[in-house]
Design a binder for this molecule. Structure first.
Ligand code: FES
Length: 104
């Protein structure tokens, strides 16, 4: 199932932040722009529920949770700070018709 999350990158307003929060159906999802690519992942940190869209992307391209500063690789969900958690992520598709999240 695919869900449209925006008409374009401009609508996601990456000028203000590298990570934004969008509603996809009944769930909140974080979308990050890293380099030229977009990545979608759970807005709720798998450690203790921190709001990842309030976090930031570090120089290595990992999302940093604002609560306890654990880090996750947005390309594969791996917990790069080593605590053993896994961040749920979803593929994103960008077409002329908009930006879509592919939910499995
Ligand atoms: S809630 Fe995210 S690191 Fe603890």
């Amino acid at each position: 199932m695919t869900i449209k999350i925006a008409e374009s990158r401009a609508e996601l307003d990456f000028d203000q932040r590298q990570v934004v929060r969008v509603k996809a159906g009944d769930k909140w999802v974080s979308v990050a722009q890293v380099g030229d690519r977009l990545f979608a992942f759970a807005d709720k940190c798998p450690h203790a529920g921190g709001c990842l869209s309030a976090g930031w992307i570090n120089p290595l391209g990992n999302i940093v949770c604002p609560l306890h500063r654990y880090t996750f690789d947005v390309t594969n969900g791996r917990n790069t700070s080593g605590e053993g958690y896994y961040l749920k992520r979803w593929p994103i598709e960008e077409t002329d018709d908009g930006i879509f999240l592919i939910l499995s």
